[in-house]
Design a protein around this ligand. Sequence first.
Ligand code: ZN
Length: 162
Amino acid sequence: MMIFECTSCHTRYRLAPERVSATGLLVRCTQCGQHHRAFLPVAATAPSPALVSAPQPAAAPAAPAPSPASSRPAAASRPPTTPAGEIQRLARVVFSDIELYNADRMERAVRDGQFQQEFVAEIQEARKMLRNRFPGVADADGIFDAALDQICEQRRARVPAG
Ligand SMILES: [Zn+2]
């Protein structure tokens, strides 16, 4: 008997060498369905080290890296599980969505402090969603506006003036 190992899922099978011709034997792995061509070992008498070695240990899962604390004090003092944190997160999402489709307009609007005026339609849409998602948060709009202002401020610091 020779041993054939599926290269995809590493299931091992016993094969009768007499079934394997010089051109190999087409075998289908019953575990993963992969087709392979099994060949006779080159030196049929000497066991290949690959076949007798212990199975490879599965790679240890990497330890989850500790998430870096936010550098923004406002965000750090508000865990993202609170409605306010969720609204701030939403503001960031809305901002990057708008930016994705309007990069040039966005840059100008932010630089000129006209973000809310320039994208009034988009922001109104976001407010509608906000009221649906956070009906119990009376100041959702205010939190949202403040978050947008803060994002714009941070962005302005990065955008070269002129
Ligand atoms: Zn397999």
